[in-house]
Write a protein that binds this ligand. Structure first.
Ligand code: NOJ
Length: 454
């Protein structure tokens, strides 16, 4: 199928601060929970850390030139809270502001629209020591940080994402403990944190809109299990949708439904009272309105889905795949149809414009004898997922853009540097960048769109 998107559809690529910037302790940057967590023995594969990462802090100019060569219209990146406010609150670090000013100006020079994520998991350690997201003051601290960001960059940055995957940083960071800060909290505490994160989101949206009249604000959840019908029959379609919109005790925190009901509708999922009873934190009418204020768009980070298949005798199988089906380097299933169904189900439920804020695959890429990096599996992956996205748009979903994850190979959290998600290969020893075959493919796809629209 030929890929053809509207002229106002934004093709982009995405990264996040801790995963690429490095310079973890340079130029007055404060310590984040990730700077601390990576020091703990056994937490990160092979003891890797983000201290140097892709050294983007020093190589931003070269990196933006590569983005321009790629031809993207948009670049999604996150700000390091502690580079801007080293203690999370109070004193601003001018060097941090200068770094992001340079980056933003360079992007604009090439006509690349910045999409700024305020929070992609590198929480200030100083605030964590004061209770982190459990502290009732935490929403106000996020608002303060947002105010500094809006004042510094709001004249040039108009697109903002408040939180990246609240599901994951709370679940892995404070329940499972495999991400920073590596804690195991009770359900009651986790629920309290969700309330504070939601309030922080609401206050940030308000703050951005107060200061930047033409701000476009959204948030970027992961889409949980992303159920889709294995065989596209009525009964499977219905069941997949029911599972997507439902809520269960064992994966509520990871689900998309808990978060989308809260952030997009300003209320708890209808099953919450049954699941949590008295532990469910109360929300006043004002709080619900603040949390659920209308967003300009919603993001969706989508990598894989869980298939749903009901046999003639009614037997339900979840996660069915053909024998020998494709998987990514991290063992994630390649399930392009999840893109179509996740987008369709989401849009029918919430009717709000959408961006795919992340999509891509990891592989164990290597430099070949010809000095190039050949990654045919990534090209297949991206083209199949984009085909399904196009199908969802044709069926009525209002999707404004697509951000490939990731522009550069980078620090993949607890998995360190082993898995590579980039369109650009990074040789971490020399910091040399080598655009992969998928880079050329993606840039040609973007160029072709311009011709198709002429
Ligand atoms: C989602 C996260 O936002 C990003 O940080 C991570 O690298 C990708 N998923 C891949 O795991």
């Amino acid at each position: 199928m030929e890929l053809k998107f509207n002229s106002d559809f934004a093709f982009g690529a995405a990264t996040s601060s801790y995963q690429i910037e490095g310079a973890a302790f340079a130029d007055g940057k404060g310590v984040s929970i990730w700077d601390e967590f990576v020091k703990e023995p056994g937490k990160i594969l092979e003891g890797h850390t983000g201290e140097v990462a892709c050294d983007h802090y020093h190589r931003w100019k070269e990196d933006v030139a590569l983005l321009a060569e790629l031809g993207v219209q948009a670049y999604r990146f996150s700000l390091s809270w502690t580079r801007i406010l080293p203690e999370g609150t109070g004193k601003v670090n001018p060097k941090g502001i200068e770094f992001y000013n340079d980056l933003i100006n360079e992007l604009l020079k090439y006509n690349i629209t910045p999409y700024v994520t305020l929070y992609h998991w590198d929480y200030p350690n100083a605030l964590e020591l004061r209770g982190g997201w459990l502290n009732p003051e935490s929403p106000k601290r996020f608002q303060e940080y947002t105010r500094v960001v809006a004042e510094a960059f709001g004249d040039r940055v108009k697109h903002f994402i408040t939180f990246n995957e609240p599901q994951i940083f709370l679940w892995l960071g404070y329940d499972k403990g495999s991400h920073a800060p590596g804690l195991h909290y009770s359900e009651k505490r986790l629920l309290t944190m969700t309330r504070h994160v939601a309030l922080a989101h609401g206050l940030a949206v308000q703050e951005l809109r107060r200061q930047i009249l033409d701000a476009r604000v959204g948030y970027a959840p992961t889409c949980g299990a992303a159920y889709y019908p294995y065989e596209e029959t009525e009964v499977n379609i219905r069941k997949a949708r029911k599972l997507t919109n439902g809520l269960e005790k064992d994966d509520w925190l990871y689900s998309s439904s808990f978060w989308n009901e809260l952030i997009l509708k300003g209320r708890y999922h209808l099953k919450c009272t049954e699941l949590f009873g008295e532990s469910l934190p109360k929300l006043t009418k004002e709080e619900s309105d603040l949390i659920g204020q209308k967003l300009d768009f919603c993001g969706m980070n989508l990598y894989q889905g869980c298939s749903v298949s009901i046999a003639e005798d009614g037997w339900l199988t979840l996660g069915k795949q053909p024998v020998g089906h494709a998987k990514t380097g991290m063992g994630w299933s390649v399930t392009p149809k999840a893109m179509y169904w996740a987008v369709k189900n989401f849009y029918e439920e919430y009717q709000i414009p959408l961006y795919i804020t992340e999509n891509g695959m990891s592989s164990l890429d290597v430099i070949s004898e010809d000095g190039k990096v050949h990654d045919p599996a990534r090209i297949v992956y991206l083209s199949e997922y984009l085909e399904q996205l196009q199908r969802a748009i044709q069926d009525g979903a209002d999707v404004k853009g697509y951000f490939q994850w990731s522009f550069l190979d980078n620090f993949e959290w607890e998995k360190g540097y082993t898995d590579r998600f980039g369109l650009v290969y990074v040789d971490y020893e020399s910091q040399k960048r080598i655009p992969k075959d998928s880079f050329t493919w993606y840039s040609e796809l973007i160029k072709r769109q311009k011709h198709l629209q002429e």
